[in-house]
Design a protein around this ligand. Structure first.
Ligand code: 1PR
Length: 608
């Protein structure tokens, strides 16, 4: 290891850098954290994994006094690898944080994905979801003669999660590819391009000693680890550059050594979004009566055996199961601490350890939920939701999922709106999304169907106006209701505390409210379908998909591969989650993906 170049990682405390550290260790490399300005002089290779927001990254580099040292490091010509925000800070500016300057190595702005852009969603055209979240390809649009080492492989999918990107100008005259309108200097530094809907963006840059990816290689399974390995293995001389002075540090617009390849192989898939359909494995975790942390699984949220003992169902060990699902090709893994609403999540050390241990071997995104809210420890110490989330991120979680607390937050928001007031900025959703980016905040919704007695005269007129947007009438021509539901009417009421208490809030109000507060994704369960194997509640998924512009993970009720095909086809949801069928080994994740592929749907192929 001593002959390997001295590797440093720059962390500004914004999110999950643990996974990058884990993947580097897994690849057999050692590294140091940049702790002071002097470390930049010692570094022979530098990795900057950025999560969160552009402005925050830029400000914390300035506030910590490290910015100038980072600039000097880059100008020295030594290899730099920036991930996500770590790539974006190389650019000139970002509309995400108008006042904040980037390093300006790449003279191009970062802008926001357009939510005007339409993709096909369950047979209709709807605005595409933002953030761009999930697995997408990246293709080399330029061939460079001078490049010694191919850093990236094509025909692989990588994990992206971002709302802002270096988006190329679109041309209304060119429907097949916007790249024909690309400014000539883009070829100087853009290494790969990717597409989201009709927008084409720079998914990786390679310019002199600087390499950067918009996606997260440390979360991109074997393909991502392989990319990291290539960069780590590359001799410094191959990926470094002659020192530059500040005035020549930016990419020039002079004649490009890269040759644009007009045949653009970017596949258009998942309704034109280019993303693969994501399969999520969910592990409901809690202590059993013996005090062991187990993966359990309920029917309609009842996780106890049906026999007289009524013990907590035990379907396996959380870390082992997550490793199995990673190998089987799960695109994401979700841990829900289903009883942590009872106590402080920070005191629930075993859960933090589960996340930590899983993150050491599982290189796809991890979501952790349960108990993320403002709490007070038994000794009276107040703990904010932000603090709880921070502990999970430091343990290796990429996203946190908020359940009960989101319901309370939206109830408060609606009450304030009635008084003409707005958001407080103080709820967990707001503080966590401000600190770590909205892509890191999932809201887990546990709705229950409430049937309306349609035999009553004027039932429709007396149905509460507030919940109208959430009413499904089973015989409507547009309804996707199962035949036995025809003629019935129902709405979806929100619950808290694991389905134990209902609130006067419907699922549409909740979904719209959490999007306003800054959530980046919705995990949509169904108390009625949970564990039933009857298939996803398509009416519910459609209702929520239409109400929001953030990605939705359909959950509860999967019984066979056909249920996944149906939910993707009929709702346009970005992701589908299952628990019971995977835990019991009835259906494998690989089997689900194979069936989706047979239907012509794009999935991430995993070759573990
Ligand atoms: O309220 O912020 O503390 O979060 C608690 C979290 O725990 C919430 O996300 C809530 O959904 C979850 N939860 C609480 N109680 C239960 C329970 O089952 N008793 N589990 C529970 C939710 C639903 C899904 C399940 C799918 C797929 N379980 O997680 O994995 O329904 O199952 P299937 O494929 O077998 O049908 P907070």
């Amino acid at each position: 290891a001593s002959s390997k170049p001295k590797l440093y990682i720059l962390d500004y405390g914004a999110g999950n850098v643990r996974s990058l550290a884990n993947s580097i260790k897994k690849l057999g490399y050692e590294f140091e954290w940049i702790k002071s300005a002097a470390d930049f002089d010692k570094a022979e290779k530098l990795l900057f994994p950025g999560v969160g927001a552009f402005g925050q990254a830029s400000c914390s580099l300035i506030d910590s006094g490290l910015l100038v040292h980072l600039q000097r490091y880059i100008a020295s010509g030594r290899p730099y690898f920036g991930i996500c925000i770590g790539m974006q800070v190389l650019f000139a500016s970002s509309v995400e944080s108008p006042g904040a300057a980037g390093l300006g190595v790449i003279p191009y702005p970062i802008s926001r994905f357009s939510s005007e852009d339409q993709v096909s969603c369950g047979g209709e055209m709807r605005p595409k979801s933002v953030p761009h979240m999930g697995w997408n390809g990246a293709w080399r649009a330029w061939k460079s003669e001078g490049e010694d080492r191919q850093l990236m492989l094509e025909n692989e999918d990588y994990y992206f999660v971002h709302s802002y990107a270096a988006i190329l100008p679109t041309s209304s005259s060119s429907s097949s590819s916007s790249s024909s309108q690309t400014p000539p200097d883009v070829a100087e530094y853009a290494y790969t391009l990717s597409r989201y809907g009709s927008e084409t963006f720079i998914s990786s840059v390679r310019y002199k000693n600087v390499f950067g990816t918009q996606f997260h290689p440390e979360k991109s399974g074997p393909a991502g680890l392989d990319l990291l390995r290539r960069w780590l293995e590359a001799p410094v001389s191959e990926i470094s550059a002659a020192p530059t002075t500040a005035s020549t540090a930016t990419a020039t617009t002079s004649a490009s050594s890269r040759v644009y390849q007009p045949e653009n192989p970017s596949p258009l898939r998942a309704g034109g979004s280019s993303l693969t359909s994501r399969i999520v494995a969910c592990l409901d975790v809690r202590s059993n009566d013996q005090g062991d942390l187990v993966v359990t699984k309920g029917d309609q949220y009842d996780v106890r055996e049906k026999d007289d003992e009524r013990g907590v169902r035990n379907l396996g060990k959380p870390v082992e199961l997550s490793q199995r699902y990673y190998k089987d090709g799960a695109d994401e893994i979700c841990f829900l601490n289903i009883t942590s609403f009872r106590s402080s999540a920070l005191l629930d050390q075993p859960m933090l350890q589960v996340v930590q241990a899983a993150a050491e071997t599982v290189f796809v995104p991890l979501t952790v939920g349960g108990g993320i809210k403002d709490t007070v420890d038994p000794d009276g110490t107040p703990r904010s939701a932000l603090e709880v989330a921070g502990a999970y991120f430091r343990s290796g979680a990429d996203k946190v999922s908020i359940g009960s607390e989101a319901v309370v937050a939206v109830e408060e928001l609606l009450a304030r709106e009635k008084q003409g007031l707005g958001k407080t900025g103080k709820t967990g959703i707001e503080t966590i999304s401000a600190g770590y980016g909205s892509q890191a905040v999932v809201v887990s919704i546990d709705p229950k169907r409430v049937y309306v007695d349609t035999a009553q005269p004027e039932w429709l007129e007396s149905f509460p106006q507030a919940h109208r947007a959430c009413l499904i009438i089973g015989d409507e021509a547009t309804s996707r209701t199962a035949p036995e539901e025809k003629g019935k009417a129902w709405w979806y009421q929100c619950t808290i505390a694991g389905g134990r208490a209902v609130r006067d809030l419907d699922v549409v109000q909740l979904a719209v409210g959490v999007e306003k507060l800054g959530a980046g994704e919705i995990l949509l369960n169904s108390v009625d379908r949970d564990g039933s194997g009857k298939g996803f509640d398509l009416d519910l998924v459609n209702l929520v998909k239409r109400a929001v512009n953030i990605p939705v993970v359909a959950s509860s009720g999967a019984g066979a591969p056909g249920d996944f095909i149906e939910v993707f086809e009929k709702t346009g949801t970005e992701a589908a989650l299952a628990a019971g069928i995977f835990h019991r080994g009835e259906v494998g994740i690989d089997e689900v993906k194979l069936e989706l592929e047979k239907q012509g749907m794009a999935v991430r192929r995993c070759t573990l």
